[in-house]
Structures are given as C-alpha cells and as structure tokens.
Design a protein around this ligand. Structure first.
Ligand code: 5GP
Ligand code: ZN
Length: 112
C-alpha cells in the first residue's frame, strides 16, 4: 500500500534489521526499542486492524502466532516474552499496518 511505512519495509524500499522472513510474515527490530529485545512481526499483506481482518485471514493470524511461538528460542525469547497489538487511537497505534510487538530479553513488569 502506498505511503505505508511497513509495506515499504516489506518491499525493501526502507531498510530494516530483519530477523525472520517467510512467504507471509516479516519480523524485524523496532527502531525505538522499549525492551532489551523489541521486534515487530507484520503480515506481508496490508491491513490495519484486527476488526478488518475478516474470516479470510483467520488462518494467517493463527499461523503468525504459532510461528512466533516456534521461533522463541531462535529469537532469544526463551525466558519469556510479551506480545502487544496496539489498535487505534487510545492504544497509541501509530502505524496503520497490523503489527505484533514482541518484547523480551528481560523481566517485563505487569501491574504493580
Ligand atoms: P505502534 O505504536 O503503531 O503500535 O507501533 C509502531 C512501532 O513501529 C513503534 O514501536 C515504532 O518505533 C516502530 N517504527 C516506526 N517506524 C519504524 C521504522 O521505520 N523502522 C522500524 N524498524 N520500526 C519503526
Ligand atoms: Zn502496509
């Protein structure tokens, strides 16, 4: 999609530190990490929100989560990790291309 920064990364038009790629997803390092390991997992197909994904992408979304699980040791996440999907304004979503933040490499505080 024109003017989508993640589509440009997927197309190789903007450089990124890629850590995994297959036919349907790309995982690369977040440019402004908030944890020792901070990766972004994006479907190569452009869509912005889970609410517009539809039944047709159910299998893709399932495979994406399973793939992250399968890669956990390879990605250095063996001691635990957190997945975050910001959706919309209140969540502070800044890039309108669905992405899963993968956080790890350190203890991740939750609540108080
Ligand atoms: P959001 O706030 O939409 O959930 O997350 C967008 C994420 O994309 C942010 O964590 C931000 O640091 C990251 N990001 C934005 N632009 C780029 C970029 O050009 N390259 C990389 N690697 N990450 C980016
Ligand atoms: Zn896109």
């Amino acid at each position: 999609m024109k003017d989508c920064i993640f589509c440009k990364i997927i197309a190789g038009e903007i450089p990124s530190a890629k850590v995994y790629e297959d036919d349907e997803i790309l995982i690369f390092k977040d440019i402004a990490p908030i944890a020792k390991i901070h990766l972004l997992c994006v479907p190569k197909e452009h869509f912005a929100y889970l609410s517009e994904a539809g039944e047709g992408r159910a299998a893709l979304l399932g495979r994406t989560l399973l793939k992250i699980g399968a890669l956990k040791d390879e990605l250095g996440l063996g001691d635990g990790y957190r997945l975050v999907v910001n959706q919309g304004e209140n969540a502070g979503q800044t890039v309108r291309h669905l992405h899963i933040h993968i956080l790890g490499g350190q203890p991740l505080p939750w609540g108080n």
